[in-house]
Design a protein around this ligand. Structure first.
Ligand code: DGI
Ligand code: FE
Ligand code: FE
Length: 398
């Protein structure tokens, strides 16, 4: 009978504790294979911005490259909504067939609470469990629990020895955000990936931004913001902008969007912004956001600030990051205006042309509505039109 070990978690990021547990389970519990399954994390339901599913998968691949028999599995990332262990285990049973034994790998704390999980009886009767116990740890409570579960449900539970790993992913993220070393805690290839992609670098700031927008934005606007952040990171990587800056700018870009018109006007006056933004919330929200980012969040990075301030209009001479955020806002997957698909297609290869196409569309739309077109919009349009067509390599360094 094939025995498959399943280890779930956020893996944000995967660390030596996870890898060690998977190795110990493979070596000590007669397993043929171990799968590490990252959970779907709902951004905006959490108090921080998690790394994307693709990044967490990639970090797992890097961490497990030297371990035949241990692999990441994207099953939960591909599902809609919240993940439940019983659903994942059902799916794994289906994948490996009725002859396979699905063995859920867990820590001591989880097994003690297993009978409070959703569909606990199904979990306890159909699957086996592998519990990592630290050497020297007082496991009387664990043994008593194992005995009770075996007696009540006939569950097979194996206790394996697992070297203590005293650091959590939370502490690792905090170290990385503080610029401290996480060497020895995270596999070297994963550390390199984190550094190269700027993961966790702005996490404190992003978490503060997240808390603000969760309080000030409507549900649908939050969802939009989340999609813009994802899209901005993707575009940043595609065109060589800084993905961490793109993500931060995206989180903040619409922070003032749901302010009442009166409050916007008040803010425009108190920040000394141009009077032309009075009674023009479509343009004002970007400018107010910039001021709030400086005053209330201490953000000084001009590129991030400009990416937010010009996300609605663009401007002449706009930077790579400004284009990325402008375009991400325009083509995030929730946008469904007529030319959205066409602009997405252009954005696969050509950042400037995609921005240009979006600006042309906006101008046409505003003309039809009889709305006043801002000079920044017209300037951005003229700028991108006159720009010689750059090839992709040049575009990266423009
Ligand atoms: O805030 P979002 O809805 O995510 O998107 P946005 O900030 O890009 O645009 C908000 C609105 O602003 C949108 O309906 C188009 C409009 N807009 C864009 N450029 C101009 C503009 N409105 C005026 N009046 N003038 C512009 O130049
Ligand atoms: Fe906006
Ligand atoms: Fe937006």
């Amino acid at each position: 009978m094939k025995r498959i070990g399943i280890l779930g978690g956020s893996f944000d990021p995967v660390h030596e504790g996870h890898v060690g547990l998977a190795r110990d389970a493979l070596a000590q519990a007669d397993l043929d294979q171990v799968l590490l399954i990252p959970a779907r994390l709902q951004p905006f339901k959490q108090d921080r911005m998690p790394a994307s599913g693709e990044d967490r998968m990639e970090m797992l691949r890097l961490a497990l490259a030297q371990d035949p028999g241990i692999e990441p599995c994207s099953y939960e990332l591909e599902q809609e909504g919240v993940s439940y262990t019983y659903r994942t285990l059902r799916a794994m049973q289906e994948r490996f067939g009725p002859e396979a034994k699905i063995c859920f790998i867990t820590g001591t704390d989880s097994i003690l609470k297993l009978d409070t999980w959703m569909n606990a009886e199904e979990l306890l009767t159909r699957y086996s469990y592998i519990v990592g116990s630290r050497p020297g740890y007082d496991d009387t409570e664990l043994k008593e629990c194992v005995r009770r579960l075996e007696e009540t449900y006939g569950t097979e539970i194996r206790i394996i020895h697992n070297a203590p790993f005293d650091i959590s992913a939370t502490e690792i993220r905090e170290r990385l955000a503080a610029g401290a070393s996480a060497e020895g805690l995270v596999p070297p290839a994963v550390l390199e990936y984190i550094r190269e992609h700027g993961l966790y670098r702005n996490q404190d700031l992003n978490a503060r931004g997240l808390a603000y927008i969760r309080e000030h934005l409507k549900e649908s606007r939050l969802a939009h913001t989340c999609r813009v952040a994802d899209t901005a990171v993707t575009l940043a990587r595609r065109f060589g902008a800084d993905p961490a800056k793109a993500e931060t700018a995206a989180i903040f870009h619409d922070m003032a969007k749901n302010m009442s018109a009166e409050e916007m006007n008040e803010q425009i006056r108190s920040f000394g912004l141009d009077e032309k933004y009075i009674d023009n919330p479509n343009l004002a929200h970007s400018k107010i956001a910039r001021c709030l980012m400086v005053r209330d969040f201490g953000i000084t990075d001009e590129d991030i600030l400009n990416a937010v301030a010009y996300h609605t209009t663009g401007r002449a001479g706009m930077s790579l990051l400004e284009k990325v955020v402008f375009l991400a806002d325009a083509i995030e997957p929730g946008r469904s205006y007529p030319s959205a698909e066409e602009i997405r297609r252009i954005a696969d290869t050509d950042l400037d042309r995609a921005c240009l196409c979006m600006l042309e569309r906006t101008v046409a739309y505003l003309k039809k509505k009889g709305a006043r077109i801002d000079t920044d919009t017209t300037d951005a349009l003229a700028y991108l039109k006159d720009k010689p067509i750059l090839n992709e390599e040049e575009n990266k360094h423009a």
